[in-house]
Design a protein around this ligand. Structure first.
Ligand SMILES: [Zn+2]
Length: 155
């Protein structure tokens, strides 16, 4: 009989990532798709945490909203069973793997640091999240600003 995996990283994965998929928040095109940069970034984070390579005290359960990049829009009736909600944009699929890993770590760092309420200094919390992501081995973006936002600004 398999022993239940009670490592906090595995519990977080089950209660947040898996549940987000089952509840329809995390798209099928992202879930267990080895071509999905968002899925790979989440998986690498979980694996590094589980292997003790990064120091994560604990993360609360959360909804991870990662819609499909193929859909132009979507409507659904769903209930939020978690207080914490993390959005991962479909446009991340067009960033480099390194930048996606940074973005995912940066958002998880906001949660780990308790940046869930409006704060006075936005820049301060962004720097704090960047520093935490760097501490987890996911330093600043290679090209600074996101490629996708550079593209949309040209339109
Ligand atoms: Zn941020």
């Amino acid at each position: 009989m398999l022993k239940e995996d009670t490592h906090p990283a595995s519990v977080w994965w089950k209660n947040s990532v898996e549940k987000s998929f089952v509840a329809g928040w995390l798209a099928k095109s992202v879930w267990k798709n080895r071509n999905s940069r968002r899925y790979i970034a989440l998986l690498k984070f979980r694996n590094r945490w589980r292997a003790g390579k990064i120091n994560v005290c604990n993360l609360p359960d959360m909804i991870i909203f990662a819609p499909s990049e193929a859909e132009a829009g979507h409507v659904a009736r769903r209930t939020l069973n978690h207080e914490i909600f993390m959005y991962l944009s479909p446009s991340l699929e067009f960033d480099s793997s390194r930048d996606v890993r940074h973005s995912v770590s940066h958002e998880l760092a906001h949660i780990a640091l308790g940046h869930l309420l409006p704060m006075d200094s936005r820049e301060h919390i962004e720097n704090e999240a960047d520093l935490k992501a760097a501490e987890w081995g996911c330093g600043r973006r290679t090209h600074g600003k996101r490629i996708f936002s550079k593209l949309t600004q040209r339109l």
